[in-house]
Ligand binder design. Structure first.
Ligand code: SAM
Length: 285
């Protein structure tokens, strides 16, 4: 069964009495090369568990099942479960879970299904909730080796942006703490049904085994980044002074410790420099 064929998709959905749900960000792939390319590039070895978020009718799930030892697919839409039962029936290495990924106990899920194997995440993400899902995965504390996701092209540009560019933001700086990101390829809106308004891109995050920089307080590190980008037109000094409970003098010293001028804006600082700044505040307050 070609799960990227439009009439197959429509047939399966009408048989199940369901329609595309906009509130769940349902844009299904209709170009078979895309799930093949994503599955080919989402991890380096076959002996692993893949956590898929939002399998839809299973077009990417199938390609993952053909390449990896175990696939666990979490789908929020109850109406899609009978469809997946059917489309995944031939694969005994696929487990479908009807849940909201944001409510899943990731550690328990990995413990139950990974059998000690490495775990990677792979997904064509629902766009309404891309950043929360990424942050949820990164902050879960669960050991993941790669996260490969299809997201809006403009969000992809933010994830891979370099310090100083207009796309560089809080998510870029935070992500740099967890791993390295690269954009794999762009996907045009016409490859989906219904077609979204904007193009998409696939990015892969390779999580660090050992993080290169370890802030003394993760909470403070995150607060500093949040404050720096909440008021991105302001200088870093003014943005941090407005939001953080430290004197302007101390914040200025902390900024100077990064080697940047007093008037620098937050978007100029790399992840490592944010760590240094946060550590200075932590140690000297
Ligand atoms: N993987 C399919 C594909 O590539 O054609 C579908 C991708 S579609 C962009 C996003 C999928 O995520 C939908 O199946 C949607 O129902 C599901 N979804 C949306 N929010 C979710 C959530 N919070 N937890 C789990 N699945 C979710």
């Amino acid at each position: 069964m070609d799960l990227c064929n439009l009439s197959v998709i429509r047939g399966l959905m009408s048989e199940a009495g369901i329609n595309f749900r906009k509130d769940y960000g349902q844009n299904f792939l209709i170009n078979r090369m895309i799930p093949e390319d994503i599955a080919d590039n989402c991890a380096d070895t076959a002996d692993r568990m893949i956590l898929e978020i939002g399998p839809g009718i299973g077009c990417l799930t199938k390609e993952l099942a053909l390449r990896f030892k175990k696939v666990v697919a979490v789908e929020i839409d109850k109406g899609l479960i009978p469809v997946l039962d059917k489309t995944m029936a031939e694969f005994d290495n696929v487990t479908v879970i009807n849940e909201d990924i944001m409510k899943v106990d990731l550690a328990a899920l990995v413990e139950r299904y990974s059998e000690g194997m490495e775990v990677s995440v792979c997904a064509n993400l629902p766009y309404y909730i891309t950043t929360p899902i990424l942050m949820y995965l990164l902050e879960s504390g669960v050991k993941l080796s790669t996260i490969t996701v299809m997201i809006q092209n403009e969000v992809a540009a933010r994830l891979v942006a370099k310090p100083g560019s207009s796309d560089y933001g809080a998510i870029t700086a935070v992500l740099g703490y967890y791993g390295s990101v690269r954009k794999l390829f762009k996907v045009s809106a016409g490859c989906f049904v219904p077609a979204p308004k904007v193009d998409s891109a696939v990015v892969r995050i390779d999580l660090y085994d050992e993080k290169p920089y370890q802030p003394k307080s993760e909470e403070l590190f995150r607060s500093v980044i949040r404050a720096a980008f909440e008021m991105r037109r302001k200088t870093l000094l003014n943005a941090l002074s407005a939001k953080l409970p430290y004197s302007k003098e101390l914040i200025l010293e902390a900024i100077r410790s990064t080697g940047h001028p007093d008037t620098v804006r937050g978007e100029r600082l790399s992840t490592e420099e944010f760590v240094r700044l946060a550590d200075y505040l932590y140690t000297n307050s």
